[in-house]
Design a protein around this ligand. Structure first.
Ligand SMILES: NC(=O)c1ccc[n+]([C@@H]2O[C@H](COP(=O)([O-])OP(=O)(O)OC[C@H]3O[C@@H](n4cnc5c(N)ncnc54)[C@H](OP(=O)(O)O)[C@@H]3O)[C@@H](O)[C@H]2O)c1
Length: 351
């Protein structure tokens, strides 16, 4: 292990950020790789400094000036856990421009600005790692870029949004209608006060764009991913917002369950055409692995040659589970590894 620890600037101390901060503060020795540098928390940027201090974060580390923390001479690595578009995009770009490796869980910023951020990371030869942005604690992006790198991937599909899976599972199990279940999910903390990003499918679209980057080597435009089905359950409305109790009953009579399935595949007979991607309520056999993936769990299946079909499942959200992926990326950087896309070629434009 080299003598000087790498100093980590943590941007955001919410659900995920607090779990990451706790790990860095409480068990730094466990996180130090034997073939790399140790990690040290250098600062924590939030909006409300007093609330963060009251929540037990070390007063001396907390700041409301994330740009200063990124630019500080003794910040070596930036972990972006603010979420959303700005200021996350600008902060990530600034860190990469300055040659400071970035770890992020932000699927929105990657889906909407991934090409730009990848270009900066490649130009400055600075790692950008984002395992936590898809599937929370489930390792799936790393395996796509590394252990599965010898394959030609033909399709990825799965359940990548826990909120909608919880709502559809509750509609199936309790027979309740969509509106009742959404209200109950909000009360239980499984759906946000404004659930649109989840129930209309955009969160799953963002994750599918990130998956497709690793699987197919291109950044899809989020707007090119269909979220409104022409027929079948929930037809005519985005995501799961049009799914009715009648849709659930019809699926059940056919031995199926309704799931919000995100999928991307190569079109054309030889699989050489453009990438076709959608996020649609879909009837899957109740006895299948996807059918049995209930509640807030996620499952991602990858079809590839020569391996066949492989699947990744587990906790797709939650602070502790998601911190697992963030910490794994931090340790990878401490070991001197590169970006999540590892040795894959630069992304092309979508085709
Ligand atoms: N929650 C999950 O289960 C989960 C799972 C996978 C991926 N993710 C991703 O992880 C990221 C973080 O999610 P989260 O659930 O932890 O979010 P969160 O609970 O809403 O926390 C966001 C944090 O960012 C801080 N923040 C917001 N705007 C800021 C600004 N302008 N300057 C400085 N700090 C700012 C907030 O500060 P204040 O506390 O002062 O408001 C808060 O500490 C997101 O990209 C999300 O998509 C989350």
């Amino acid at each position: 292990m080299s003598a000087a620890p790498l100093r980590v600037a943590l941007l955001g101390a919410g659900t995920v950020g607090r779990a990451v901060a706790r790990a860095l503060l409480e068990r730094p020795a466990e996180l130090a790789p034997t073939d790399g540098s140790s990690l040290e928390l250098a600062g924590i940027a939030v909006r409300d400094v007093e609330r963060a201090r009251a929540a037990g974060l070390p007063a001396g580390l907390v700041t409301d000036a994330p740009a200063h923390l990124v630019a500080a001479a003794d910040t070596d690595i930036v972990v972006e856990l603010i979420g959303g578009d700005e200021p996350a995009r600008t902060l990530i770009a600034a860190a990469l421009q300055a040659g400071k490796p970035v770890v992020t869980a932000n699927k929105h910023v990657l889906a909407h600005h991934g090409a730009e951020l990848e270009a900066i990371a490649r130009r400055t030869a600075t790692p950008l790692r984002f395992e936590a942005s898809v599937g929370g604690g489930i390792p799936v992006l790393g395996p796509l870029a590394t252990e599965l790198a010898g394959n030609r991937i033909s399709a990825v599909r799965g359940i990548v949004n826990g909120t909608t899976n919880y709502i559809l599972s509750a509609m199936t199990d309790d027979g309740s209608d969509y509106g009742t279940v959404v209200t109950a999910a909000q009360a239980a903390g499984y759906a946000e006060a404004d659930p649109a990003g989840d129930v209309e499918g955009q969160d799953a679209v963002n994750k599918l764009v990130v998956l497709a980057r690793l699987a197919f080597g291109c950044w899809l435009a989020p707007g090119a991913v269909a979220t409104i089905a022409a027929d079948g359950p929930g037809a005519g409305r985005p995501g799961i917002t049009g799914v009715t109790s009648a849709d659930i009953d019809a699926a059940r009579s056919a031995g199926g369950v309704v799931k919000l399935i995100a999928r991307a595949r190569r079109a054309g007979d030889a699989g050489s055409g453009p990438i076709v991607a959608d996020v649609l309520p879909t009837v899957v056999p109740a006895s299948s692995e996807l059918g049995r993936t209930g509640g807030v769990l996620n499952r991602i299946e990858v079809e590839a040659v020569p391996v066949g079909t492989v699947a990744f499942s587990g906790p797709g959200a939650g602070g502790d589970a998601t911190s697992s992926a963030v910490l794994g990326d931090l340790i990878a950087i401490a070991r001197g590894l590169g970006s999540t896309w590892a040795g894959l070629p630069p992304a092309t434009a979508a085709r």
